[in-house]
Design a protein around this ligand. Structure first.
Ligand code: SAM
Length: 382
């Protein structure tokens, strides 16, 4: 092992194996330095959420990192936010390393190591905050996490190929939904994952209010506030639905509900429509929560501060309308060259539409204009 520091926390992690085949998952205990921004945001978002809970000093707020590996994520939560943390992993080597890290940081008063199957632990105990950060898909842990969680569910998914439609059958098996592998596949992946989580929560008569969700390179991460009760769950499920997309002309429509009738042919160009879903069509962020998380990042020591803040500002300011438009694709179809993204957004606004940048892609935008209006505006810019 070697010692590294992330945020304010010094942690022992496995020494990387040199050579072409090195992958974090090949090490005896997993540690991936590329996920530092994910962890920086986790510490900030968890801290922002705990402040919202207005903690009663008499009551302990409990957090579980159900799939801990070296423990770095939960160790940072314990050390940098002070809440009670359980660090769980079914690997004995991981658990030994976690215990060593707890001892070194002298945080045994609010941190415990747990050596269980995550699903067993989550079925045995309730936690205020449940964090799932697995290899690949979180799907096998969602039922237990939905049962265990009281206030906040934090989930990472690194299986972007199944989520975004690049591995279609794998995605159908894990998420019981059909994604499109098209220009907005990253947002599709986010909404397929959220849809699967929403339905898992509804089994427990629970509902989610998404506070922050980001798709960054090879993963999706989401922070979901929990609400209790069958009525809340029924209300939440009204945000489920489908996207009808015409691959020929780019026309799309969101259809709300878990049963949908769609026209076989596109109303704009007459080509065959595609149907994706079911998925989450509701909000994926709360702008206030994004601002609170940004304030936490500003006040903290963390290696990815500037990058993380920049991304969260994009999340805070983006329109929460599915799905984004890729300017380059539209320009290619029209045979015109692309403009600065801000110019397109300004022109959409000048003509009375809502428009914003999106954290999903630097060359894309969100708007309530339809594809016909967008094409006219982009063509007029050239
Ligand atoms: N959260 C860690 C971080 O931020 O560095 C990374 C966790 S790593 C991607 C996934 C871990 O889950 C591995 O250490 C593996 O041993 C553990 N794991 C996989 N399946 C498990 C299960 N069913 N119960 C408990 N641990 C499990």
């Amino acid at each position: 092992v070697r010692s590294i520091t992330e945020g304010d926390t010094e942690v022992l992690v496995p020494i990387p194996v040199e050579g072409a085949n090195f992958a974090p998952s090949a090490a005896p205990v997993f540690y991936n330095p590329v996920m530092e921004m994910n962890r920086d945001i986790s510490v900030a978002a968890t801290s922002a959420f705990v402040k919202r809970m207005e903690p009663d000093p008499e009551k302990t707020i409990t957090y579980v990192d159900a799939l801990s590996a070296s423990g770095i994520r939960g160790l940072r939560i314990a050390n940098e936010t002070g809440i009670h943390t359980t660090l769980n992993d079914w690997s004995e080597e991981a658990c030994d390393l976690i215990q060593q890290n707890i001892d070194n940081l002298e945080i045994g008063h609010n941190t415990i190591a747990s050596h269980k199957n995550a699903n067993v632990l989550l079925h045995e105990k309730h936690f205020n905050i449940v964090d799932l950060d697995p290899f690949g898909t979180p799907a096998p842990f969602l039922a237990a996490a939905a049962r265990s969680v009281i206030n906040l569910l934090e989930v990472t998914a690194t299986d972007t190929a199944p989520l975004c439609g690049a591995h279609l059958n794998s995605g159908i098996r894990k998420y019981a939904a059909i994604p499109f592998n098209n220009e907005y596949h990253s947002e599709m992946g986010v909404r397929i994952l959220l849809g699967r989580i929403a339905r898992e929560l509804s089994l427990q008569d629970k509902a989610m209010n998404p506070l922050l969700t980001h798709a960054t390179r090879h993963y999706v991460r989401t922070y979901l506030e929990m609400k209790k009760g069958a009525k809340q769950a029924d209300k939440m499920l009204k945000n489920m639905g489908f996207i009808v997309h015409c691959p020929a002309c780019g026309n799309r429509e969101a259809i709300y509900g878990l049963a949908a009738h769609i026209e076989e042919k596109c109303g704009r160009c007459g080509e065959k429509n595609m149907l994706g879903g079911p998925m989450w069509l509701g909000k994926i962020h709360s702008p206030d929560f994004c601002s609170e998380t940004i304030a936490e990042l500003e006040a903290r020591n963390c290696g990815t501060k500037q990058l993380a803040i920049k991304m969260l500002e994009l999340c805070r300011d983006e329109l929460d309308i599915p799905m984004f438009y890729d300017q380059h694709l539209i320009c290619k179809k029209l045979g015109v060259s692309a403009s600065a993204i801000e110019t397109v957004i300004q022109e959409l606004r000048n003509r009375g539409f809502k428009a914003s940048r999106t954290h999903f892609s630097g060359i894309s935008f969100k708007t309530d204009a339809d594809i016909s209006d967008i094409e006219i505006i982009i063509a007029d810019l050239r």
